[in-house]
Design a protein around this ligand. Structure first.
Ligand code: UD1
Ligand code: PEP
Length: 418
């Protein structure tokens, strides 16, 4: 994998356009399998996760291609060719989102157990519980999830023990073509869930309540497709730049985002004495006074997102005083702490809690990304640090950030790829 090198110590300044959301794009790409006709998707980021997902859906028989820098045309297959290939599936977790659509549309599915970042055990019991509740028979054979749904799936009442994003998405997609009504209780409420529901409804589904605890889906025989849909902006990309601007004492305006989606981060940055100004679809982040230590706990939306926890940890590493971070979603999301320590940070990890004692500054060092957001956190740390930081395993970062070096260069950073 490549490395990214940063000569740190410069505040970020300028304006930047945020891309479409990775997690919304991946779910919507899977949902195209529920449609009969071509679908045009706009605001799709050309990141490696999306390219892998395109590879997977093409291997299953879809035809798909770029029709502009962020527009994709996808024609779903009339029948599926094969099982989703392990070589591609292992590279991204979201490949598990094909299960629901394949079962609903083709009554059978074979998907290799997904890979993705090593941020926790990431079981799929809630996906299985929900899809079995709709009548699917699922088994795990030789690292492959096999499912079939003799006849049509049947609507059911599904209670999720935890509001899992992926399980909510899989069940919601499957339920669109099930006979009768499905209720998903204790559903995830992330903006990407609402976006997926909006996509499904645009294509002809009947989904209500997305964004609340209970999602109600009335099954229809098929989704027509044949429409255009633009996915929401990436709140995690936006949040990463917000943190980078704050951490470098910068002043950055981010465009093409939905400020309310960033509320949990905005509130925390303000608590840390960062100025954040929201307008209709822009946010300005301005840090021109010493920051104050804060505590954060990751939670399902609208709580603080786990996908921004590592980046904030990097920022807090030079904030005077003690900050405490509690990670409630993924048990392995503190691996970045060891890398930050190589740069001079003082972080003590105990189970799900990290205690950060602010140091006066970070020093550039050779570090490596252990997952996508750990990589993003090391980018933030590299921008803050004195001297040069070389971040190995940059491929993880490419999973979720389009044109990162170019975007940061436009904000005044010195950054290049090796
Ligand atoms: C592609 C995508 O959209 N990825 C996002 C999605 O991941 P993902 O959909 O995998 O995350 P989930 O919300 O499912 O996982 C949250 C928690 O639920 C647990 N769990 C999940 C499913 C299950 O069947 N059983 C179970 O116990 C997981 O181990 C984890 O502890 O939501 C996460 C939480 O916001 C984000 O960090 C990821 O970026
Ligand atoms: C954990 C993430 O993604 P995935 O669920 O695809 O691994 C992420 O985007 O930070």
């Amino acid at each position: 994998m490549d490395s990214i090198v940063i000569a740190g110590g410069r505040p970020l300044r300028g304006r930047l356009k945020i891309c479409g959301a990775k997690n919304a794009s991946l779910a919507v790409l899977c949902a195209t399998f529920l449609c009969k006709n071509e679908v045009v998707l706009e605001n799709i980021p050309n990141i490696s996760d999306v390219r892998f997902m395109l590879g997977i859906i093409k291997s299953l028989g879809a035809s798909a291609g770029w029709d502009g820098p962020d527009t994709l045309r996808v024609t779903p297959p009339e029948q599926v060719n094969d099982e989703a290939p392990y070589q591609l599936v292992k590279k991204l977790r979201a490949s598990n989102l094909l299960l629901g659509p394949l079962l609903a549309r083709f009554s059978e599915a074979e998907v290799a157990l997904p890979g993705g970042c090593n941020i926790g055990i990431r079981p799929m019991d809630l996906h299985f519980k929900g899809l079995s509740g709709l009548g699917a028979e699922l088994s795990l054979e030789h690292g492959c999830i096999r499912g079939n749904a003799p006849g049509r799936l049947r609507g059911a009442r599904v209670y999720l023990d935890f509001p899992s994003v992926g399980a909510t998405e899989n069940i919601m997609m499957a339920a669109c073509l099930a006979e009768g009504q499905t209720l998903i209780e204790n559903a995830a409420k992330e903006p990407e869930i609402v976006d997926l529901a909006n996509f499904l409804n645009t294509m002809g589904a009947k989904v209500r309540g997305a964004g609340t605890d209970v999602i109600k889906i009335d099954g229809v025989p098929f989704l027509e497709g044949g429409a255009r849909y633009s996915v929401i902006p990436d709140r995690i990309e936006a949040g990463t730049f917000m943190v980078a601007a704050a951490a470098t004492g910068g002043d950055v305006v981010l465009e093409n985002l939905i400020p309310i989606h960033l509320q949990p981060l905005t509130a925390k940055l303000r608590e840390a004495r960062v100025e954040v100004y929201e307008e209709e679809d822009t946010i300005r982040v301005c840090a021109n006074q010493p920051l104050r230590s804060i505590d954060i706990k990751t939670m399902p939306y609208p709580g603080f997102p786990t996908d921004l926890q590592s980046q904030l940890m990097a920022m807090l590493s030079t904030v005077p005083g003690t900050s405490v971070v509690v990670e409630n979603i993924f048990e392995n999301r503190f691996m970045v702490a060891d890398e930050l320590k190589r740069m001079g940070a003082r972080i003590k990890v105990e189970g799900r809690m990290a205690v950060i004692e602010g140091v006066p500054s970070l020093q550039g060092a050779q570090v490596k990304a252990t997952d996508l957001r750990a990589g993003a956190a090391l980018i933030v740390a590299g921008l803050m640090a004195n001297g040069e930081t070389e971040i190995g395993n940059a491929g993880y970062i490419d999973r979720g950030y389009y044109d990162l070096e170019k975007k940061l260069t436009s904000l005044g950073a010195t950054i290049w790829r090796k």
